[in-house]
Design a protein around this ligand. Sequence first.
Ligand SMILES: Cc1cc2nc3c(=O)[nH]c(=O)nc-3n(C[C@H](O)[C@H](O)[C@H](O)COP(=O)(O)O)c2cc1C
Length: 407
Amino acid sequence: MNTDPAASWLFEKASLGPLQLRNRILRSGCFEGMCPNGAPSEPLLRHHRDIAAGGAALTTVAYCAVSADGRSYSTEMWMRPEIVPDLKRLVDAVHQEGCAASIQIGHCGGFSDPRVIGGRALAPSRVFCAFRLSFPIEMSPDDLERVAADFGRTTALARKAGFDAVEVHAGHGYLLSQFLTAHTNRRQDPYGGNLEARCRFPAEVVARVRAAAGPGMAVLVKMNVNDGFPGGQTPADSTVVAALFEDAGADALVTSGGFTSRTPFYMLRGKVPIREMARNEKNALRRAGLVMFGRIAVREYPFSRTFFLDDASPVARSTRIPVALVGGVCDLADVNRARSAGFSFVVMGRALIRDPGFPTRLEKGETTESDCDHCNRCVAAMDAGGVYCVTRAEEEASIGDECPTAS
Ligand SMILES: Cc1cc2nc3c(=O)[nH]c(=O)nc-3n(C[C@H](O)[C@H](O)[C@H](O)COP(=O)(O)O)c2cc1C
């Protein structure tokens, strides 16, 4: 057993809203690309069962759109009653391993893919989306009501499927994040203007989710502490946003950053695997664009440990609810930094794509740090049949080549 004091803290039981978790490690929502026709599949179930068996306290089924028009991939799940039985099987498999199950729900807003949704994207305002090379439609009051109701309906269905928690995606430049950011929210009605007004719709959505979740289900909100571009949400804005989410009924916050349509690798840091991304891109125009301009258009940010710690610490200090640190948590020194800064949980993405068993191995003292090298080739893989650690698969294949079976 690992006797490091940071390990004792990490592997003690912890409360998250109404939940009692077996430790303080949450698996981050990482789009799996395993939902053909927008429905959960057997590989998705196995993916989360492996994470659950590997020792994390809670695993998050990544991005589930609250409606069919909130998607940017055809392999993205969207919530409807028909998929509840398969979701329930996934949740049961996760529970059998002693792990809690959460589902991330959201809407892509202005960067929803018109080819996937079969129409133009909805957004807070008609601001050109460079990612889609198109203008979205500004949401009407009826659209706002319909989408807020969809968040509530999706939560109710997730609850029916047995999920312990729901994570509202209000970061990464998705619809709710587009409301929070002045660059994408130019509305002249009560949902636009100063920061408090820009928070109105996201906070209303969190309140709807809270009401639909009931007392037994935890509500997490993933929010940005920095959009990563001038004119975007800043760390100073974030404490205001966090307080409004807390007042709206969130049980916990996950502090992240980056804006998919402008600074997609800000949330990840590390290498940008342009060639693999281009190879896996199905749209010929976008593929050509990536090959020709990818190096300039998709900016690379160097990886560093706990890369949102400084921007997120004021949120951890200012809220009464638990705050979970995501981004570059790789070893117990990172865990200790998060703990000292006032965070209650750590969230791991790539470390668990690389090795779902990392939490258990860390607890047993069999390893001290994640061996993910942040090559981000898993990001390219998620678009081509499902997320996995490409480097690990290559390493295992080369070991196989060196050890031919006796004939
Ligand atoms: C393959 C992949 C897919 C991701 N998909 C999502 C997603 O669907 N929703 C989300 O909020 N974040 C997504 N992320 C970001 C992660 O949740 C996390 O915030 C980020 O990887 C930083 O954490 P890490 O350093 O522990 O990997 C994704 C990351 C990766 C690597």
